[in-house]
Design a protein around this ligand. Structure first.
Ligand code: SF4
Length: 513
């Protein structure tokens, strides 16, 4: 009865869990619901995983699970104490302590958005086949953000009730509007002399317009640099089309130079590196080993394996670059299995999805990754600022707008912060981002660690709430959680040490102003 589900058509590398058949396991007349706190369950390999709303979890044998639902363990017995320590025994739940713990993990509910993504221009010198932003040619200066709009946007960002904020520069290619980028950094630094927030900057760039003067400025102002690297040269250059030279060569050259600058400054090179992200396209699916190797060779310590999203140009090029969720999940499992193999050989590299999820599962932390939290990041976790001053629920909300649908526009830089945060659209988006309102989520083992993205639901299913049973979002996350749970179930001490290493959180103090 406890075999994993192999009939779902899932790739063999991704063993699926499934719900427990309670009636086959125990006579309902014996159940004692008052013994346990509310919990969810799922068959994982030959065990049954249980979780509660606090984020505690256990893997039980079939016999232990039967005893648990029948309320048979007695105080002092090993199973009772194991269940009580993990907060599954109602009579032993210390509500006050657990309420504090819940509050710690949901700290983001008590303040406004922390991530403020500024699109400085729609201009870009690359023509990436999957690009989801409404990019235009490099001569379209009319799509640049003006200094006035930028200042008003920064004013709004500083009104957030959050103690910390990150201003992220996006595009197009944001360095194409370099004067405004520089102005925002210095304007925000000046404002922060009185605001005294924990301020940081992040630049998402293809690095093709980088030069020594720009790099000196970015290093001097502690701006974190992130880029896109799709894998080995042939794959990267095929997808990220650049007429001005060899995109891959230029990118790796700058990554090396920037990493060397961090090293020369005495920063820990295990932490301070250019963060690179791949986008997985159809030609990538068989190249998982090459992609991981490229990241390792480029000095990256993490690979964030991101599925092609359904926004903008990516949707238009779906015929040539698109693939099914099962294809992605098979690729994902192959790639992470390879990453685990490399770790066993002493190579330090992790996969970001896995690290975020393991942080929640093993370290009991809330990394505030906006796609996997409740409520989702729309409006209350992030805001997206377009060059014309429009403000969106998120960067994804802006992508939807670039396809001609202003569904996620919640105002402009001329509105007050109060109006932006309290208007009807914002409230509807936040409400839709709650898993507690989703019929499938309420009974899902992974609810305490999962989350919603309303923009994704809207784009793929036509409704902010979506329908998780048929949702690719849910399938992706449930499958990755299943994959990790099966890894945890089979893990030896060496594997657990590796997974715990992936959950080690070090703040990048150098990038905090
Ligand atoms: S979205 Fe899917 S995986 Fe996440 S909690 Fe809901 S049902 Fe579970």
């Amino acid at each position: 009865m406890l075999e994993a589900d192999t009939t779902s058509g899932a790739p063999a590398l991704l063993p699926r869990g499934r719900q427990v058949d309670f009636a086959a396991l125990s006579d309902p007349a014996r159940w004692k619901p008052e013994f346990a706190v509310p919990f969810n369950q799922r068959v994982i390999g030959r065990k049954i995983a249980i979780s509660n709303d606090l984020g505690d979890w256990l893997l039980l044998t079939q016999d232990e699970f039967r005893d648990f639902i029948e309320g048979r363990p007695q105080p002092g017995e090993p199973l009772y104490e194991k269940l009580a320590r993990a907060n599954f025994v109602a009579a032993r739940l210390d509500l006050k302590t657990q309420a504090q713990r819940w509050r710690r993990k949901h700290h983001f509910l008590y303040s406004g958005p922390t991530l403020h993504a500024f699109v400085l221009t729609h201009r870009c010198n690359h023509g990436c086949q999957y690009c989801h932003s409404s990019i235009v040619g490099m001569d379209r200066y009319d799509t640049d953000m003006s200094i006035e709009t930028a200042e008003r946007g920064v004013d709004i960002a500083f009104e957030t009730t959050a103690w910390g904020l990150t201003i992220e520069f996006q595009g197009g290619e944001p360095t194409a509007n370099w004067p405004v980028l520089k102005h925002i950094v210095d304007y925000a630094l000046k404002k922060n002399e009185t605001a005294k927030k924990v301020l940081s900057f992040a630049l998402v760039t293809n690095l093709s317009l980088m030069d020594d003067e720009k790099l000196d400025f970015l290093i001097d102002r502690h701006v974190q640099i992130c880029t896109s690297l799709d894998g080995p040269e042939d794959l990267h250059n095929k997808i990220r089309i650049f007429k001005g030279g060899n995109s891959h060569e230029i990118l790796l050259g700058w990554m090396k130079k920037i990493n060397q600058r961090y090293a020369d400054m005495g920063l820990d090179t295990n932490q301070y590196r250019v963060e690179a992200l791949p986008t997985i396209t159809r030609p990538s699916l068989t190249r998982w080993r090459d992609i991981v190797d490229t990241f390792v060779e480029a000095g990256c310590r993490a690979v964030f394996l991101r599925k092609l999203d359904p926004f903008g140009f990516a949707a238009k090029s779906a015929k040539t670059l698109g693939y099914s969720m099962d294809d992605f999940l098979e690729f994902y499992a192959n790639a992470v299995d390879y990453i685990i193999e490399l770790n066993r050989q002493g190579v330090q590299v992790m996969e970001r999805h896995a690290a975020i999820m393991l942080n929640k599962i093993l370290a009991d932390e809330e990394p505030n990754y906006l796609d996997l939290r409740i409520p989702g990041g729309a409006c209350v976790g992030q805001l997206g600022y377009a060059p014309d001053g429009s403000i969106y629920s998120s960067d994804e909300g802006r992508f939807v707008a670039s396809m001609g649908d202003e569904m996620f526009k919640i105002g402009t830089v001329n509105d007050s912060y109060y109006d932006l945060m309290t208007n009807a659209a914002t409230r509807a988006l936040v409400m839709a981002g709650l898993n507690d309102g989703q019929p499938d989520c309420v009974s899902c083992l992974y609810k305490p660690w999962c989350g919603q993205q309303v923009e994704y639901n809207y784009k793929t299913q036509g409704s902010l709430h979506g329908h998780m049973r048929d949702s690719a979002w849910c399938k992706k996350h449930k499958s990755i959680f299943d994959y990790l749970m099966h890894k945890l179930e089979a893990a030896d001490d060496r594997d657990m040490e590796m997974f715990r290493l992936w959950t080690t959180n070090r703040t990048l103090d150098h990038f905090i102003v």
